[in-house]
Design a protein around this ligand. Structure first.
Ligand code: HEC
Ligand code: HEC
Length: 330
């Protein structure tokens, strides 16, 4: 059972082509946080957002697009092998690009929660010297002078004048549609498929050992915590936003959906494999003042419990999402 959330101008007839571009809330998901009332998804808006997402015109030297660091085959995480995403002139940032998934349901963005509305996320990427290093005003000039964009903005928003808010709305129409809810685990929850005994054992262990933070259907409680990956932090994490010393070294609990296909792991890309992440929780936790109290003694797991948890985590890989043709480059 699925709920159609904000379908403006679409009939309920499921066979109609427009319905592919309606934002749909999966039955077992919470209500979306994204403000669809100001920016309902339409086919023209989604397609314009997609064109912008794949277009290096957003970067200073027209070389880097959003897709450079967010690739669909990896649930929109970074395809490249280096730990930190590379922007213009191969410049490296300080953080691992997260996957883009279920963004419409998230309250805050980035590893430190520094952006509180999805619309504004691209401004950061466009203006960051490590990413696209471009000025937003100049991007808007380039888009207005482009032979194709003004007509596409007209189709999507009824105005051929490209503006920053409209460009951000188009990108958000594309990114809010990145909903992942068709993994084998989701199919198991809906009674459409079974998990193996080993996977189920992993699920039960996960519920005992991990779910206090990686909670609920989104696999994150959206809190900021220090899970012991360092004793001292050059990247201050949540404290960069709150300027509170007690938040040094705290980072947003990431969703674990599609986690098997999104290495490396952690904000600083410290671990290359899920094995290494679990070994960290077993006996690699490093002390520091903000370390989460529940992790002080690590999370005990036997070798066979560890492999069961990894098998469960692999059931969170959603091929319907990574192969969803609506997101393909056109
Ligand atoms: C050079 C690589 C790079 C490029 C290009 C890039 N991003 Fe990102 N993206 C990142 C990194 C790194 C982060 C995490 C930033 C942080 O936590 O400080 C991120 C975070 C995000 C997030 C937040 C995800 C979350 O769960 O918090 C969204 C949404 C996003 N990017 C969308 C975009 C869009 C849209 C574009 C194009 C306008 C884009 N990105 C271009 C590297 C990149
Ligand atoms: C006390 C809260 C807490 C508990 C319990 C916890 N985690 Fe985490 N987890 C975090 C935080 C916070 C991060 C991000 C840390 C960072 O990047 O600095 C994280 C990151 C991860 C990542 C990396 C994801 C990515 O995209 O980079 C994986 C995988 C992970 N945890 C798996 C687990 C598993 C499996 C368990 C149970 C054995 C577990 N976690 C228990 C808080 C927790």
């Amino acid at each position: 059972m699925i709920l159609v959330f904000a379908v403006i101008g679409c009939k309920k007839d499921e066979t109609k082509k427009e319905d592919k571009y309606a934002f749909v809330v999966p039955a077992n998901f919470p209500a979306p946080v994204y403000t669809f009332e100001n920016n309902p998804v339409t086919e023209a808006g989604f397609k314009l957002g997609k064109k912008l997402f794949f277009d290096p015109i957003l970067s200073v030297d027209n070389t880097v697009s959003c897709n450079n660091c967010h690739n669909q085959s990896l649930a929109f995480a970074d395809l490249s092998l280096h730990p930190f995403s590379k922007g213009v002139e191969e410049r490296q940032g300080i953080r691992n690009a997260p996957q883009l998934v279920n963004l419409a349901f998230m309250k805050e963005f980035f590893w430190d929660g520094g952006v509180t509305h999805l619309d504004f996320v691209p401004l950061n990427a466009i203006e960051s010297e490590f990413e696209m290093d471009e000025e937003i005003g100049h991007v808007i000039e380039k888009l207005n002078a482009d032979p194709e964009y003004p007509a596409l903005f007209e189709q999507a928003f009824g105005s051929s004048k490209v503006t920053t808010p409209l460009m951000l709305h188009a990108l958000a129409q594309f990114t809010t549609m990145m909903v992942s809810n068709n993994s084998p685990y989701d199919k198991y929850l809906r009674g459409e498929a079974a998990l193996s005994e080993h996977e189920l054992e992993g699920l039960h262990l996960f519920e005992q050992k991990c779910q206090s933070c990686h909670a609920g259907i989104l696999f994150t409680d959206e809190s900021y915590r220090n899970n012991g990956i360092d004793t001292a932090f050059t990247d201050l994490g949540r404290a960069r936003i709150t300027a509170f010393d007690g938040d040094i070294g705290k980072f947003r609990v990431p969703s674990l959906r599609n986690v098997a296909i999104t290495p490396p792991y952690m904000h600083n890309a410290k671990f290359a494999s899920l094995e290494a992440v679990l070994d960290h929780y077993i006996n690699g936790i490093k002390p520091s003042p903000s370390l989460d109290a529940s992790l002080k003694n690590g999370i005990p797991m036997t070798p066979s419990e560890k492999t069961a948890i990894i098998s469960f985590l692999k059931t969170l890989t959603d091929k319907d999402f990574t192969q969803d043709e609506r997101f393909f480059r056109e």
